[in-house]
Design a protein around this ligand. Structure first.
Ligand SMILES: [Ca+2]
Ligand SMILES: [Ca+2]
Ligand SMILES: [Ca+2]
Length: 426
């Protein structure tokens, strides 16, 4: 693998592509709780899960959750035959570190989904209670301003909070009566690591020392999945070594799975960390409608490349919006991270180490699923990619609804057909 060595000031980090969806839904006062008519929105199945009351889900707007069979992961993390106490012990939430521009952690779908440093949560303000070198790091750390405030700063309010959206697509709270749900709702806990500022700062040069510190923090504090909905095109020996330790060295005490975005705006290369050929790198390939790979997707190295939804995805936003409809390869990455966390937290996978999970679940099962995208027009996508799909696992625990069919039926199908006809006529 050829690595581009960078002068420190030349290492760039860019949030992977994210764009407004073309759907005019903002005039709807109760967005996202009413069924949306959107030119690119794929249908969900009729909602009949009594354990999931989130309004966007019940409205059929979370097509992408069913697409990756997120509700299968919920079912599997709710073993019906076990007493509650045993079920709780069997479950092992996976800490997912979100490397982004921070997140609005007071959001109604995020505040109960956070990783918590218990020593700091029950400690004294202004004191580094656990002695890890970071004062009051309750839910993560702000490596930009070097403090514990991981929420978007006042200067960033009114701008898109990329990290808020990503955090919600990994692990938005399920069954709280509001908003959305995600594949990692029950299995993931979010560690918020602010490594880039908002607005114009998002395309500013990356400080590799800052990123290396954040990586070291994440693994030391127990993150098992590191989610990067961003990429950069030059690296340093220090960063290479850090990623190698985390994502490649067998038996490393810092072993974790790195979920890396592959951008889809026609970039000639995927960038880092997707460009690393390490064994614990899992790349998200953005999938648009009808199982097609987003046409501008950069070529990714051979390896663990799984397709995940990118278009017309509803996620959390900073008030007063609260929710946004977005499309982009960033979405695919966060959704894939949530899928992996949701599965990994579930018996019998919860007991596996990072290498075992990658080898036995991601490589052996998910990467060999017969459910694949349509072939892309050019290498390396001319044979398609396997689609992230929890249904290939734990067949004995399958939720019949999500695995039975990907096609809408009955009344919902008729309704979608009418909507489609109406769109075509416009
Ligand atoms: Ca601390
Ligand atoms: Ca403290
Ligand atoms: Ca919710």
């Amino acid at each position: 693998m050829r690595r581009i060595r960078a002068r420190r000031a030349g290492t760039w980090l860019a949030l992977s592509s994210l764009a407004w969806s073309p759907c005019d839904v903002w005039a709807q006062s109760d967005f996202p709780c009413q069924p949306l008519t959107c030119s690119t929105l794929l249908p969900s199945l009729p909602v009949d899960d009594p354990h999931t009351n989130d309004c966007a889900y019940r409205a059929g707007n979370l097509w992408w959750v069913d697409y990756v069979a997120g509700s299968l992961a919920w079912t599997a993390t709710r073993p019906p035959a076990r007493p509650p106490a045993r079920a709780a012990r069997a479950r092992k939430p996976v800490t997912v570190a979100v490397f982004d521009d921070g997140a609005f952690i007071e959001h109604e779908d995020l505040r109960n989904q956070l990783w918590t440093n218990e020593a700091e949560a029950h400690g004294r303000a202004g004191i580094d209670d656990d002695g890890n070198g970071y004062v009051d790091d309750v839910h993560g750390w702000n490596f930009v301003d070097d403090n514990a405030d991981v929420s978007p700063s006042a200067a960033c309010r009114g701008q898109v909070s990329h990290g808020t959206l990503m955090a919600s697509l990994i692990a938005a709270q399920r069954n709280n009566g509001v908003g959305i749900a995600a594949a990692g709702s029950d299995g993931a806990r979010l560690m918020i690591l602010k490594v880039v500022g908002c607005g114009a700062a998002q395309s500013a040069p990356l400080d590799p020392i800052r990123l290396a510190r954040a990586l070291e923090y994440a693994t030391r504090m127990g993150a098992r999945i590191l989610s990067f909905s961003n990429h950069w095109y030059a690296t340093t020996p220090e960063l290479d070594r850090t990623f190698e330790e985390i994502a490649d060295r067998p038996g490393s005490p810092n072993a974790a799975i790195v979920v890396a975005s592959v951008p889809n705006k026609g970039e000639p290369a995927a960038g880092y960390p997707a460009a690393y050929d390490f064994r614990r790198i899992v790349r998200a390939i953005p999938i648009g409608n009808d199982d097609t790979i987003s046409p501008g997707t950069s070529p990714a190295p051979i390896g663990l490349n799984l397709g995940a939804p990118s278009a017309c995805v509803i996620g959390a936003a900073v008030p007063p919006e609260n929710y946004r409809l977005e499309q982009g390869s960033s979405n695919s990455t966060a959704i894939l991270a949530g899928v992996l966390a949701g599965i990994w937290a579930t018996p019998p996978y919860a007991k596996l180490g990072a290498d075992e999970f990658v080898a036995g679940v991601v490589r052996k099962r998910m990467s060999t699923t017969p459910r694949r995208s349509k072939p892309g027009s050019r290498p390396p996508y001319d044979h398609g990619v396997p689609l992230a799909d929890a249904c290939v696992l734990a067949t004995e625990q399958r939720s019949a609804r999500v695995c039975r069919s990907q096609e809408p039926t009955g009344k919902r199908a008729n309704e979608l057909q009418r909507n489609s006809a109406g769109r075509d006529a416009r």
